[in-house]
Design a protein around this ligand. Structure first.
Ligand SMILES: Nc1nc2c(ncn2[C@@H]2O[C@H](COP(=O)(O)OP(=O)(O)OP(=O)(O)O)[C@@H](O)[C@H]2O)c(=O)[nH]1
Length: 304
């Protein structure tokens, strides 16, 4: 499957939702105030927050108010607005340090372990030497899960040596091992934590402190793994992780299962996070960097 068709199938639930909603909202020939208000409601229901929806709506009003407009005309304008919002935020993962240290954080079950494997696979396919550290010592099966996934991704792995080991000690061991053994990439799979638990959030600060003892620039990337099925609570989570640890990026998972894929646009723009890619399923290859035009066209269900 080509990358565009992969994005299209990943976003098909949101695209169907938007297509259905817009077809119901646009019943008159010309766009009047009521129709525009209905379009805004559809955008909000697709996961785009109120402020961002208002911005998109004001663009549509400027260009099409009182003019004859089809569903596809409106979809095109929504796509252009989304592109202008996400283009400055979209980037690809590229090795920028040695080792290039990527820390994955997020609440429980968002897809951190799976994404560690997917990113490891992404880099190992480019010929990089990749080490993944299983820093989750809370969830019983996490260590074994990481070991299996790392093997599938052709990456080396550092596991806990004993039960309930201090996760920061695994961070230290992994960083030390990566430096001494010339690894190109180090991916830290941290334990899931509820953003309102200050002890667990403080533990992330300790991870960073430990890394900085060995390399002042690490972690080079601190990426929130955000679950598209979370809904509006994702705003609070993002805020908390950003405040505690200074997130700089975002990877959204489970867009393939959600009809509210617009949440990606909201989170990235509100918190100025770089979008490194999206999860497109449960397999090791199910990670793709984002192309803003392809994403925006796919989310509104435009065939380009
Ligand atoms: N459909 C779909 N499922 C995903 C995606 N990413 C992860 N998953 C699934 O989500 C579930 C949780 O993934 P994990 O990687 O174990 O999540 P985690 O964040 O490491 O979990 P904790 O360590 O408990 O916080 C698994 O069943 C994954 O297969 C995705 O992009 N799409």
């Amino acid at each position: 499957m080509g990358v565009f068709s992969k994005i299209k199938s990943t976003l098909s639930k949101t695209a169907s939702f938007l297509t259905f909603g817009l077809s119901n909202a646009i019943t008159k020939k010309k766009l009047d105030e009521d129709t525009i208000e209905n379009i805004k409601e559809v955008l909000i229901l697709s996961g785009i927050d109120v402020d961002t929806s208002s911005k998109i709506i004001s663009e549509i009003s400027k260009k099409r108010f009182d003019k004859e407009s089809s569903v596809d005309d409106v979809k095109n304008l929504i796509s252009l607005s989304i592109q202008s919002i996400i283009t400055p935020l979209t980037t690809t993962l590229e090795k920028k340090g040695s080792p290039y240290v990527i820390m994955l954080v997020g609440i429980n079950g968002t897809g951190k372990t799976s994404t560690a494997g997917k990113i490891g696979n992404f880099f190992s396919k480019q010929g990089h030497k990749v080490l993944i550290a299983a820093c989750d010592t809370f969830r019983a099966a996490a260590q074994e899960q990481m070991e299996i996934i790392a093997k599938r991704a052709h990456c080396s792995v550092i596991l806990a040596q004993k039960e309930k080991q201090d996760p920061s000690s695994i961070v230290f061991e992994a960083m030390d091992h990566a430096i001494k053994n010339d690894f190109d990439i180090l991916i830290l799979d941290t334990a899931g934590r509820i953003h309102s638990n200050s002890n667990l959030m403080d533990q992330l600060k300790k991870h960073v402190k430990v890394l900085k003892k060995l390399n002042d620039h690490a972690p080079h990337e601190c990426i929130l793994i955000a679950d598209a099925l979370t809904g509006s609570n994702l705003m609070k989570q993002t805020e908390a992780f950003k405040e505690t640890i200074g997130l700089n990026g975002l990877i959204m998972t489970k867009l393939d299962s959600s009809s509210k894929g617009g949440i990606l646009v909201s989170i990235a723009s509100k918190y100025k996070l770089k979008i490194y890619g999206i999860g497109t399923g449960e397999k090791i290859d199910d990670f793709i960097p984002l192309n803003p035009k392809e994403f925006a066209d796919a989310i509104v269900g435009l065939d380009t």
